[in-house]
Design a protein around this ligand. Structure first.
Ligand SMILES: [Zn+2]
Length: 215
């Protein structure tokens, strides 16, 4: 089993892959196996439309700063424009810090993406540094026609942490209690029928509201 940094309570209850890595709610599952390198656009869209974090699947609090990790170049451009458009949705601060500490792409200087990603070409470099950015607002936009592209418009940079190694992110983490009560209801879909149902609901929300927005 791999050694993990301190695990925030929201992350602790996530399913793990065979190596012991928690599997984010936005990741694809195929035949019961999590695909840590593949974000599923249906899960990305459904999570945010349901007001849930892309990583842990637990509720985001209305008004809280919304976070995502960025490669060096993406971060520079985003900070300059105070906005960006991405294919993946936002999450809690702790959850994104945990991802920054453990995700091989973000935790390693000079890393390259070795998988197909919809917003960046294969082999995109992370750069000498990566960044955690926090935003005031994120809007989701969906194309109704197949293949149902989902886009997230991030705006208003409120926090900007640059880091070189995953250890720097790990140092920001503390193990914490898992939330209880309404804050503990997790959106997580392991099987195709479950995710198809959630995605159909998301498209209905989008049809009713133009763009689906969490409460
Ligand atoms: Zn979270």
């Amino acid at each position: 089993m791999i050694e993990l940094p301190p695990v925030p309570g929201r992350i602790a209850g996530l399913p793990r892959d065979p190596r012991g890595y928690p599997v984010p709610a936005e990741n694809l599952w195929q035949q019961g196996k999590p695909q840590l390198a593949v974000q599923d656009f249906r899960r990305c869209g459904a999570l945010y439309a349901h007001g849930a974090c892309a990583v842990c699947g637990l509720p985001l609090t209305p008004g809280e700063t919304l976070y995502r990790l960025f490669s060096h170049d993406e971060a520079e451009q985003t900070v300059k424009q105070d906005a960006c458009k991405r294919a993946d949705g936002p999450g809690h601060r702790d959850c994104m810090i945990f991802s920054g500490a453990t995700c091989p792409f973000f935790a390693t200087a000079g890393a390259r993406r070795t998988y197909e990603s919809r917003e960046t070409a294969k082999g995109t470099p992370r750069g000498a540094t990566a960044a955690l950015l926090g935003f005031a607002a994120v809007q989701i936009a969906m194309t109704q026609e197949p293949p149902h592209a989902v886009w997230f418009h991030y705006g208003g940079v409120e926090e900007h942490i640059t880091f070189t190694t995953g250890d720097e992110m790990a140092a920001l983490l503390t193990a914490s209690e898992a939330p209880r009560g309404p804050g503990a209801i997790r959106k997580y879909w392991k099987t195709e029928p479950e995710v198809k149902r959630a995605w159909a609901q998301t498209l209905k929300l989008a049809a009713r509201h133009g763009t689906a927005m969490p409460g």
